[in-house]
Design a protein around this ligand. Structure first.
Ligand SMILES: Cc1ncc(COP(=O)(O)O)c(C=O)c1O
Length: 430
């Protein structure tokens, strides 16, 4: 197939073939948005918000649900609703967006970072078990990119040790485990509706929970502390974490399209996986047999960096070049023990005492699998690509085949490694 595009050759796919873009909307969204604008009802427990909350809760299969300002504060109020606070330990995956751990610090708890499985990048349940102490109150599991942890084992581990199980579902609106939606598998769950997410309103969040008591507490926490149905005898300390009717109307449109989009991505992802499985030096991620529908906030894969003798940044840069894409491929998140945006020691309000200060130092945790994923083996494909055609998946697989076949040229590339590393250093948006 000739010279690699990164070395000046003809790319596998030219610029005339366009990749799908994200987020998506339709004329119905615009029409309903105009109605909300005219309605004089823009916020505060609005009818569109609650209609959406009910529909999304039903889709997920959760008992109760409500909107909140974003996925970060959704985690914070989930912890607060469970009365998790000062010095409590919460087990958190080491490979996630920083918000999962930052929310724990913001309630004065101690995030205990644990490593992930190499073939799912989700919580390694052995590592979770090893991290449990008499101070542990909860485990936050993140269903990362297009994979899921062993939820059956995690559920029984939490039950055995009396721990709360919180699902951070920011990546996986529409994944089903043994027919049950993620967001209904633990005591509490949170979602993000930030712009990049597969269900989005630009910004926004969602909480689900198992009991009416937790629901009412969450309601107060997102609504300046007011008791549910204005019952002020149950008022608590909190702030304004509500969303607007403008966001809700966009979410209603997105929810109407969500399941079909999830199914389309799932079909494309499974086809791509079948093609990648044939390419030497490329390792698709594991799909657990219990998954009955997989939602993809991006598609992850690994390269055998040792075998190919290049790292993931060079590989991702070569892929972007072959597919005439600017930022469709990149390495996964930085591990939280080396993350540019997870810096608990930059705020003096976290200095509760010297033991706490030490306990929240991310550097004390060892996360070799997370590091390997970010620094060497992991490549992540933006989920917009999965909204394309089978031919688009073939283009990705053909580009990967070409890179593997010509990997020697990349190693010899003058500017290869240095340029690629620089290009990815500042990426933090998804
Ligand atoms: C895994 C995970 N958790 C939490 C969040 C936080 O969501 P938000 O950006 O809506 O605050 C994100 C957002 O990227 C995320 O990816």
């Amino acid at each position: 197939m000739g010279t690699l595009a990164l070395r000046g050759g003809k790319p596998v796919r030219g610029t005339s073939a366009k990749w799908p873009t994200w987020p998506m909307s339709d004329s119905g969204d615009a029409k309903r948005m105009a109605e909300v604008v005219k309605s004089n009802r823009w916020s505060y427990d609005g009818p569109v918000e609650w209609a959406f909350a009910e529909a999304f809760t039903k889709y997920v299969g959760a008992k109760h649900g409500m909107c909140s300002a974003n996925g970060t504060v959704a985690i914070q109020i989930a912890l607060e609703a469970l009365d998790i606070g000062a010095y409590d330990e919460v087990i958190v995956t080491g490979l996630t967006w920083q918000a999962t751990a930052a929310a724990c610090i913001d309630v004065n708890a101690i995030p205990v970072l644990v490593d992930v499985e190499p073939d799912t990048w989700c919580l390694d349940i052995d590592a979770v078990e090893a991290a449990i102490t008499n101070k542990t109150r909860a485990v936050i599991v993140v269903h990362l990119y297009g994979c899921i942890a062993d939820m059956t084992r995690l559920q029984s581990l939490c039950k055995k040790h009396g721990l709360f199980l919180i699902e951070d579902c920011a990546h996986q609106h529409g994944t089903f485990w043994k027919g049950q939606g993620v967001g209904s598998l633990g005591d509490m769950a949170t979602f993000s509706f930030q712009e990049s997410k597969v269900l989005s309103s630009g910004e926004g969040g969602f909480n689900t929970c198992k009991t009416k008591q937790l629901f009412e507490r969450l309601y107060s926490l997102r609504n300046c502390g007011r008791g549910y149905k204005d019952d002020m005898t149950n008022a608590v300390q909190s702030g304004n974490l509500r969303i607007t009717e403008f966001q809700a109307v966009i979410l209603e449109g997105g929810l109407a399209r969500l399941d079909a989009q999830v199914k389309k991505r799932d079909v494309n992802a499974q086809y791509l996986t079948s093609r990648l499985a044939e390419i030497p030096g490329v390792l698709p991620m594991r799909r657990r047999k219990e998954v009955t529908q997989q939602s993809y906030f991006n598609y992850a894969l690994r390269i055998d960096a040792k075998d190919l003798k290049i790292d993931n940044r060079v590989f991702a840069a070569a892929l972007n070049a072959e597919l005439s894409a600017k930022e469709l491929f990149e390495p996964p998140y930085q591990p939280l023990n080396k993350c540019d945006l997870y810096k608990p020691h930059t705020k003096s309000r976290h200095r509760l005492n010297s033991d706490y200060w030490k306990a929240i130092n991310p550097k004390r945790f060892k996360l070799p699998v997370c590091s390997d994923a970010h620094e060497k083996s992991g490549v992540v494909v933006h989920h917009a690509a999965l909204m394309g055609t089978k031919k688009d998946m073939d283009d990705i697989a053909d580009a990967i085949t070409k890179i593997v076949d010509h990997v020697g040229d990349l190693k010899a590339s003058k500017n290869g490694a240095a340029t690629a590393k620089k290009a990815f250093k500042a990426r933090t948006r998804w």
